[in-house]
Write a protein that binds this ligand. Sequence first.
Ligand code: ZN
Length: 201
Amino acid sequence: MRDGFPDFRLGSVLATSFTGTLSERHGTAVERIPTPQRLVDWLAVSGLAVESCTPAQLDLARELRESIHAAATAAAIQDALPAAAVQVINDRSVQGRAAAVLTPEGERRWQLGSASSVEDALSVIAADAISIIAGERDGRLALCASPTCQAAFFDTSQSRTRRWCDMNTCGNRQKKARYLANQRASGGRAGSSGGRSPSPR
Ligand SMILES: [Zn+2]
């Protein structure tokens, strides 16, 4: 928590980290970018620093976020992509100026057209979503197994069997629920849960 706002859940994939700024969509939803400044904070930790954000730009960002969520969800279940969501993703991708630049250390950084332009940052996120949904990258789109979450996430594990969007939250909650259920089934004795150990992510 910072200033009373919910923490970010940062993953290694930009587009799904962004959709993760709204979590528990099928439960008690948690909005992690409730104010323009929190979007500025999120963009900064995601390598897309901007100087400021207006309420209208936050609206654009949330519209893009929900469009990515809708399109990624459809792609994960091999459903037809919702046309309206595709339109928003394409509009945001087209209407931004950002360039990939190489650092002396050989890392890729994003250079935005201007420091105040949230639109430029959103175009990078939109392009990231496009590359995932188009199946360009090594991984698999899947939906979180938590019934209250069902977030679309990008599984890059070797076995492609990741079940949760985030091991530290959804994964842990499910493991705890399973542990308690097992405990009840075994008359309250711990240690008979079958010994399934936590997997990373
Ligand atoms: Zn989840």
